[in-house]
Ligand binder design. Structure first.
Ligand code: ADP
Ligand code: GN1
Ligand code: MG
Length: 364
């Protein structure tokens, strides 16, 4: 439900804001939450207001508790390191007037954080920005590695569990709720061909060879904030930070950052893997993550790119078959278009698999 500015300002009044808000306008390109930039009387962008998608994040208390644990853990580490610019290096959430981390208006859940001044996010990156982002996500995982097990909940259970995503896919096919199955038969077949090879992580985990770590789980390039000089400030969009398999956090960056086209590109010729971006991200990531990754995990990093791209293909197609119940869409065939573009990227990653594996040898 769209809110008027007046309604949004009423919601903002519930929070302990230092400066009075005068406007709130839609911001960013997220598919899940609604993000608004809040401006004060002085014309300054001061806050970010977000409506949490509680159809998807059903346990808002768990979600907000995870974010509190993660941001305070990082804040403490930054302070210990003598960091001067802490407020631009980690998100700062503003409590409500009654001390809660979110406000429920009887219909939606809202939260507010500080707008990071002089910051920028990108939909496309250069090798330099990609290297910086690799360091940022490697560092993020390293900083969270000592959070005791059990302290963070799974905000979306089985979020990056490939076996579970395929179960959802097969349910969608069985039900064919929107009557779209005929139209997507070829894509379904391509997905089926790869099911076994894409569930290796779950298999290795059962065999005790792969452990879970705390991951960001949404390492899209637009979830990294950079400063004016192209240095990383911090990673944002912390809703999906949870225990999972380490490949998530390289895989989603390769999927989004190392794509020469857009996630939903209409022209599939635009979509290919950009090897320079892959190499730069991996170099940055390995600088920070080498100390905690096992040789098995290191050798699997390029597979992570294929896996997350395959997973996203499956998720978009599942949503299309279900009749677009999960992702925000901008036109009726959007999820199909996204599926095709992601599948094209997967094919390109498959063609470059050997080259990517060879690149990893310097760390093995
Ligand atoms: P979504 O879940 O919708 O992706 P995000 O938290 O990633 O939401 O926010 C969407 C976009 O808004 C980001 O890509 C970023 O450009 C911008 N943004 C979010 N939080 C901040 C912030 N604290 N300061 C500045 N920009 C932000
Ligand atoms: C969603 O919130 P956003 O737009 O950054 C999704 C990710 C997908 C991504 C695809 C909670 O991320 O898992 O990879 O869209 N988030 C959730 O673009 O499902
Ligand atoms: Mg985001």
């Amino acid at each position: 439900m769209t809110k008027t500015t007046e309604q949004l300002l009423k919601i903002l009044e519930q929070f302990q804001l230092e400066d009075k808000a005068v406007s709130a306008t839609p911001f960013g390109n997220g598919h899940i939450n609604d993000t608004l930039k809040v401006t004060t009387g002085k014309g300054e962008s001061k806050y970010i207001l977000q409506r949490i998608n509680h159809q998807i994040f059903t346990n808002v208390d768990m979600l907000q508790n995870n974010i509190r644990v993660v941001t305070s853990h990082i804040r403490q580490k930054l302070e210990e390191q003598g960091e001067k610019d802490v407020d631009r290096k980690v998100l700062t959430f503003i409590p409500t007037k009654d001390g809660k981390s979110y406000y429920f208006d009887g219909d939606s859940y809202w939260r507010v954080c500080l707008f990071i001044p002089r910051s920028k996010s990108y939909e496309e990156v250069t090798p330099e920005l990609s290297y910086e982002a690799g360091k940022a996500f490697g560092d993020f995982q390293a900083m969270l590695a000592d959070i005791p097990e059990g302290e963070l909940g799974e905000t979306i259970p089985n979020f990056h569990n490939m076996e579970f995503r395929l179960e959802q896919f097969h349910d969608a096919i069985k039900n064919d709720d929107a009557g779209r199955l005929d139209e997507v038969k070829d894509l379904v077949e391509e997905i089926e061909k790869r099911t076994k090879s894409m569930c290796i992580q779950e298999e290795l985990h059962r065999e005790g060879k792969l452990k879970k770590r705390i991951n960001h789980c949404d390492t899209k390039v637009n979830n990294v904030m950079f400063d004016e000089e192209g240095k990383v400030l911090c990673v944002i969009d912390l809703d999906t930070v949870m225990p999972g398999f380490v490949l998530s956090d390289i895989g989603d960056f390769i999927r989004t950052g190392a794509n020469t086209g857009a996630e939903d590109d209409e022209n599939l010729d635009n979509v290919n893997v950009n090897m320079e971006i892959f190499k730069a991200y991996t170099r940055g990531y390995m600088e920070k993550a080498k100390s905690f990754l096992t040789p098995l995990e290191i050798s699997f990093l390029p597979y992570g790119g294929r896996l997350l791209t395959y997973m996203q293909t499956v998720r978009f197609l599942t949503d299309y078959i279900n009749g677009d119940t999960y992702y925000k869409i901008h036109h009726p065939k959007h999820n199909l278009q996204r599926t095709k573009a992601q599948f094209k990227l997967l094919q390109s990653l498959e063609q470059h698999a050997e080259e990517m594996d060879n690149f990893m040898k310097q760390w093995l």
